[in-house]
Write a protein that binds this ligand. Structure first.
Ligand code: B1M
Length: 208
């Protein structure tokens, strides 16, 4: 089994104690950080499929998520470049009712790496918290919303609507997450949509 396959297997089976060492070994063996990340994302898809088919349950999904996060921590310095200029502030969070943050954290990391000062509000972020944070940061340039559940897509819609209704301006809203599409982003009045973390970083640069 190659080092990268070992990393993938360790995420799938939630080897939280081993993962950091395995990721480091994969890097030392010459694997690119992006390829290691892709293998871990692939592992999470398998975990999701196993959850859907009833082969595993929430605790196993949670532990796999923890393993992935520990692996990402080792990759971080290799994924994020040093931005030469500051592009302004970006407020990011996972919308109300949604506890998924692995993808959102990757998006935050990549947005930071292209030069934004990221204010990460975490998960299950209420509409009011988004609006209050924008109000407290009048120089914010981008607001980024993540959702991983079809059941929290309405919360994303409500958040965009509340931000628009607040009358606050001078920034763009970007949305994303597994169930989100360009069509949905257009329908709820977001300014932009991105499918993945790299795409989000590239897109936000075009928004300012
Ligand atoms: Co959950 N979960 N989960 N889960 N979980 C999914 C999302 C699911 C697809 C699994 C499945 O059934 N196959 C399913 C959703 C089904 C649906 O709505 N269509 C699901 C479910 C049902 C649930 C619960 C309801 C289960 C339950 O309790 N019965 C529950 C909900 C809890 C809640 O949020 N209220 C739940 C809970 C959890 C855990 C807490 C156990 C854990 C999360 C841990 C954590 O995040 N800290 C978890 C996990 C790990 C998953 C899966 C297995 C993996 C998610 C992940 O981290 N992927 C997931 C299955 C899957 O994704 N295939 C699943 C890796 C990550 C890098 O990808 O997050 O997609 P992702 O992020 C990508 C893109 O989406 C995009 O870029 C990222 C990187 O490239 N992106 C953006 C994300 N945000 C963006 C924002 C942008 C742009 C791009 O612009 C701003």
């Amino acid at each position: 089994m190659s080092k990268i396959q070992e990393v993938k297997a360790a995420v799938e089976t939630g080897k939280t104690k081993l993962i950091a060492g395995l990721v480091q070994e994969a890097l030392d063996a010459g694997h690119q950080a992006n390829d290691i990340l892709a293998a871990m994302i692939d592992a999470m898809s398998t975990v999701g499929d196993k959850f859907s088919s009833g082969e595993i349950f929430v605790p196993e999904m949670l532990i796999a998520g923890k393993a992935m996060q520990k692996g990402v921590d080792v990759l971080k310095p290799h994924l994020a470049g040093e931005a030469a200029v500051s592009l302004g502030k970006c407020i990011i969070g996972t919308v109300a009712g949604d506890l998924h943050d692995i993808g959102k954290n990757l998006v935050a990391l990549m947005i930071e790496s292209v030069g934004f000062d990221v204010i990460d509000l975490g998960v299950d972020v209420s509409v009011a918290k988004f609006v209050d944070t924008i109000r407290a940061n009048p120089d914010v340039k981008v607001v980024a919303l993540s959702a991983l559940l079809t059941t929290t897509m309405p919360a994303m819609k409500d958040t965009v609507a509340a931000i628009r209704d607040s009358g606050l301006s001078g920034f763009k809203i970007i949305v994303g997450g597994a169930p989100i599409t360009q069509e949905f982003a257009d329908a709820i009045g977001a300014d932009a949509y991105a499918r993945d973390a790299g795409g989000a970083a590239a897109k936000v640069k075009t928004l300012v």
